[in-house]
Design a protein around this ligand. Structure first.
Ligand code: SAH
Length: 459
């Protein structure tokens, strides 16, 4: 399709109708077929905008005023919503958010996946779309001699102080608030990014929703942490549920939050949590789903789609700390998990032992290397589960799936576009997509998670 030149001038003010919402929460207005993306508006609304940036094929505008509002519009609950950027959909009712996410999935399955006769179920929403995140991770800075901790202002590196975050568990707010005050009292210096000086870079809080256990992680530039003893003592006295205080040292000039060295300052190296009946040990550096309640909904669906009877060999690719593998192991003959991060595999093995689950085996490596290797050695699977990062599955892995021919493929995905792309590849290789279930793991943001069930058509 030829790229349409902009039918408007830069800075021109125009009245438009908004039709759609992009995957990052901007509204789309089309002028003679030319799309303009505008933050803050909603589909079905009409408003006045100023064209701010015009490229070939698409441009951006700034909302000046709304002339007609959507019945799904609501006032954002959070006072710092417009500055923060962590949430993108607070101005849309929760019902409206679920509908928008469902439409996003249906659109890409049609446009990118070219899928026909697929049942795409309505998005499974959360019972409570607020206060769900079990992990808070805030950068620390200094302002007028005091410590601030919160978030980076949109498109900048200045830190804005945050007293509460409405999608985070209340406990995290309390932990961050108290830890900040304690550090302030003992004169702990914030890290200064521009000079690469100071101590404290980030404070992280993780809460086990089911156990009430709390971990605090100090990410520091140096190993030396002034008044460490006093700070630890105050934290243990002031915060109920604290079971682990960790220091992570990150001496590098980098945007990456965690460094390579981790020390236990007080208590345990891990906190525990449950998803369903399965217990997980979570260390400071491991990936763990941030919304445990909706994770259960997602994994139950993945387990249902796997259709296990107890006789199956199952491969779980991109298994992380073994969360899905251990769920599957309850109903499978044997589960083989593959994951690239060695520490995650250590956690996965520990989690299997913790739950007395013996029919799982975990291997470190790239899924696209390990699974082809297994296949060459004669291994096959009845069911294959994948849960890749946003970029989707590697082509070599998809190729091996088509050769190995498992009866069912269950694809868990945090990015509908790459899911649609990969489903297309597998459809062309003899699979049929039967159902897709979107699950809302991240209310108030534009993210949507999906689980898809594919079955082998050809022998
Ligand atoms: N299934 C897990 C983790 C999903 S996140 C859960 O639900 O908790 C995706 C995981 O894929 C991450 O743990 C990441 O480390 C891992 N990963 C990324 N690239 C990989 C690759 N090429 N091969 C195997 N694992 C990979």
């Amino acid at each position: 399709m030829a790229k349409i030149p902009a039918p408007v001038q830069k800075n021109e003010i125009i009245d438009v109708e908004f039709e759609d919402l992009t995957h990052d929460g901007q509204a789309v207005a089309k002028i003679e077929g030319y799309p303009l993306f505008v933050a803050g508006a909603l589909p079905g609304e009409r408003g006045r905008i100023q064209a701010t940036k015009l490229n070939k094929g698409y441009g951006f505008g700034r909302l000046i005023e709304l002339q007609k509002t959507s019945p799904f519009r609501q006032n954002p609950e959070c006072p710092i919503y417009s500055q923060c950027g962590g949430c993108q959909l607070q101005h849309l009712s929760y019902e409206g958010q679920l509908e928008a996410k469902g439409k996003q999935v249906r659109d890409v399955m049609e446009r990118i996946g070219k899928l026909k006769d697929v049942t795409i179920h309505p998005v499974l929403g959360a019972n409570n779309p607020w206060r769900y995140r079990n992990k808070a991770q805030v950068p620390v800075g200094e302002e007028n001699g005091g410590l601030v901790a919160g978030f980076y202002q949109k498109r900048s590196h200045s830190i804005i102080n945050m007293e509460q975050c409405l999608i985070q568990q209340e406990k995290s707010d309390e932990v961050i608030r108290k830890v900040k005050a304690i550090c302030q009292r003992y004169g702990v210096k914030a890290y200064d990014e521009s000079k690469h000086k100071g101590t404290l870079r980030h404070i992280m809080a993780r809460c086990g929703k089911a156990t009430g256990e709390v971990m605090v992680v100090f990410v520091t530039r140096t190993e030396d942490f002034p008044h460490k003893k006093e700070v630890i003592k105050e934290i243990t006295e002031q915060i109920d549920g604290i079971t682990s205080i960790i220091q992570n040292i990150n001496p590098k000039k980098t945007n990456v939050i965690l460094g390579d060295t981790t020390k236990v300052l007080w208590g345990n190296e891990v906190i525990y949590d449950y998803i369903g009946h399965i217990q997980f040990a979570i260390s400071a550096r491991s990936f763990y789903q941030v919304n445990p309640e909706q994770t259960k909904v997602l994994y139950d669906k993945a387990l249902e789609y796997a259709g296990l009877t107890g006789e199956e060999n199952v491969i779980d690719a991109y298994c992380g700390i073994g969360t899905i593998s251990l769920f599957l192991a309850q109903k499978a003959k044997k589960v083989y998990g593959v994951e690239i991060v060695p520490e995650a595999i250590e956690d996965a093995k520990r989690n299997a032992r913790l739950n007395g689950i013996t029919n799982v085996e975990f291997s470190v490596g790239k899924a696209e290397m390990v699974i082809p290797h297994w296949y060459k050695q004669g291994m096959t699977a009845d069911v294959l589960v994948v849960d890749p990062p946003r970029k989707g599955c590697d082509e070599a892995l998809l190729q091996t799936i088509m050769e190995m021919k498992p009866k069912r493929v269950v694809y868990v995905s945090c990015n509908p576009s790459t899911l649609a792309r990969d489903l297309r590849v597998l459809e062309d290789g003899g699979y049929k997509t039967l159902e897709i279930q979107p699950v809302d793991m991240f209310p108030m943001t534009t993210h949507v998670e999906c689980v898809a069930l594919m079955t082998r058509m050809e022998k």
